[in-house]
Ligand binder design. Structure first.
Ligand SMILES: Nc1nc2c([nH]c(=O)n2[C@H]2C[C@H](O)[C@@H](COP(=O)(O)OP(=O)(O)OP(=O)(O)O)O2)c(=O)[nH]1
Length: 128
């Protein structure tokens, strides 16, 4: 099975984190952390900054790794590095997503996360 390498940003602002809803493709309508596939030769931090600039027109700072998720979807294996991030500059324009929500710790399960994200949500809940 092919492996897809993804980086995802858990953007935190005070007591909330950002969840975004996919606007296209196989998982359309599902909730996720913004981010995407790493390009060959890219470091995770630079891939993440690039993706968030492309998707949300926002500059972020990438902090610590929260979790490396390994998840088997029916047609591919996902390896996803999830990082704490904060906003440096920008207004989170939804250039590719359908919707976005800021969630407090007790609201984390109020959206329908992609299956691979549930493990990360558990870790975030412990640390947040
Ligand atoms: N960004 C992101 N992707 C996730 C999460 N959870 C999860 O299972 N995925 C999966 C869905 C996709 O199969 C893959 C990410 O691919 P993507 O389509 O966002 O990547 P990309 O922005 O480079 O998109 P593309 O140019 O290939 O369309 O990872 C998550 O929280 N964030």
């Amino acid at each position: 099975m092919k492996t897809v390498n993804v980086v995802a940003a858990v953007i935190r602002c005070k007591d909330k984190i950002l969840a975004t809803q996919r606007g296209y493709g196989e998982f359309k309508g599902g909730w996720e952390f913004p981010g995407g596939k790493m390009e060959p030769g890219e470091q995770p931090q630079e891939a993440l900054k690039r993706e968030i600039q492309e998707e949300l027109n926002t500059e972020i700072q990438v902090h610590d790794l929260i979790s490396m998720v390994e998840y088997d979807y029916p047609t591919f294996h996902l390896t996803m590095g999830c990082y704490w991030c904060s906003i440096v500059h920008g207004k989170l324009e939804l250039l590719e997503h359908e919707a976005a929500r800021w969630l407090k710790a007790d609201e984390l399960y109020n959206v329908a996360w992609l299956p691979a994200d549930l493990e990360v949500i558990k870790k975030i809940k412990e640390k947040f």
